[in-house]
Design a binder for this molecule. Sequence first.
Ligand code: GLN
Length: 252
Amino acid sequence: MSAGPSAVRVAVLYPELLGTYGDGGNAAVLAARARARGMGAEVVEVVGSEGLPQADVYLLGGGEDGPQRHVARLLAQEDRMARAVGAGGAVLAVCAGMQVLGSAFRDVDGSVPGLSLLPCRTVEPLPAERRAVGEVVVEADPSLGLPPLLGFENHGGRTALDDGAVPLGRVLRGTGNGVGEASVDGVVAGRVVGTYLHGPVLALNPALADRLLEWAAGVGPGGLPDGDERLAALDEAAGAARAVRLRMAGLG
Ligand code: GLN
């Protein structure tokens, strides 16, 4: 069945390299929510050394240092990622994916140049015994108009924001970017969102999924078509999962 002319195209970038935490599940969430709103959706996996297709939303996941460096090289080829962003594509970049999009990240050899598509850089890591592992609750930046964002983190990297950069939000529980006293998580620049919330985080945060779909559809906040009973079921499941996770984080 054709996905239809106005179908949302979602590209999952190099999941065999940056897919350690099942971040590709974010594509399933976007597709399910789009279809439940009658929008149609198409998911494309970009593998090997393939270039990037034209898409509305690009997803980058988390992973280990070696694959992370490899993905940075792939995305720099022919300015692949910069072109995708320049063409208006929205991006959700998780952990290693976010680090790669900043101006620098780290591996065993020290600092490595990133793609400079996000106003951040990943600096000297946390000491091994302080690796950031556990539940995270983030109060979304007021400019985003989103409810609290919930997730799980597992990273050694610490990410500093450039002056004036907008974080995804303020950390209420957990580590997030791990730099400075009042910690924040992630960074947002235009339609590019970076976060340390790992895995299929959109399943737990439907409002963030819908924001990506709004960008893809070119509509403002609340402007997506109404959904059918499938959307209600997704929202109910997310609500139940959010209640459990908030309790786990000591906030429920
Ligand atoms: N290697 C990076 C770090 O530890 C990314 C880890 C990840 O994607 N979970 O900071």
